[in-house]
Every structure is written in C-alpha cells, then in structure tokens.
Design a protein. Structure first.
Length: 112
C-alpha cells in the first residue's frame, strides 16, 4: 500500500485592486507556478485552494510538503503589474490551524 502524501497549508494574504473570486484566485496561483516551474512543476507542487475568506482577503492553499518552497517562490516572482498580489503569511501542518489563523486576520478594507 502506498504511503499517504504529506501536505502543508499555506496561508496567503490577497491584496487586490479588483474583486476576486475563489476560482480566479486558484487559477492565478496555478498560473504563477506553471509560469515558473512548467507543467511538471505544477504536477509536483499540486496547489489547491481549500479556503477563501473574501472579507478578510485570506486564502489557504494545500501544497505538497516537499514543494512548499517552490510554491512560495513562484508567488513571490509573480509579475507585479498584475492587479493581484499574493503574500505568504504562514505555513501550517493542518488545515484547521490555517483556517483559524485566517479567521483571526483583520478585515481588509482595501479589497473591493
């Protein structure tokens, strides 16, 4: 029986000048990874949006444990000309902790 895949949960602060949906955020993050690492890198990192709080501008992505650094790097090297800016706040081992930290973040007034 194969071993269970280990994951990490990356809490991200979404800074945007336009309204953002969960689908658009997921596509943008995956596009950033694919732009830097290619399709093979995207398959290794396996980013998936698991929680999005539009009111607070917080999102939680599930990522393969061994490739968290690659995910962070691809978000940091994203083009700054985009109306979307994603900043990594924290990496946790459980989704419960990531959502708890996200819910404790202050409500953002800058997002539309």
């Amino acid at each position: 029986m194969p071993a269970r895949e280990k994951r990490r949960y990356v809490l991200i602060k979404v800074e945007s000048t336009v309204a953002v949906t969960a689908e658009a955020l997921d596509a943008y993050a995956k596009g950033c990874v694919q732009r830097l690492l290619g399709v093979a890198g995207l398959a290794r990192v396996k980013p998936k949006l698991v929680h999005f709080d539009e009111e607070r501008g917080a999102a939680v992505f599930r990522v393969a444990r061994d490739y968290v650094r690659d995910f962070r790097l691809s978000l940091e090297l994203a083009p700054r000309t985009s109306p979307l800016l994603l900043r990594v706040v924290r990496v946790t081992g459980t989704m419960r902790k990531a959502v708890r930290v996200a819910s404790s973040m202050p409500k953002s007034s800058g997002n539309k």
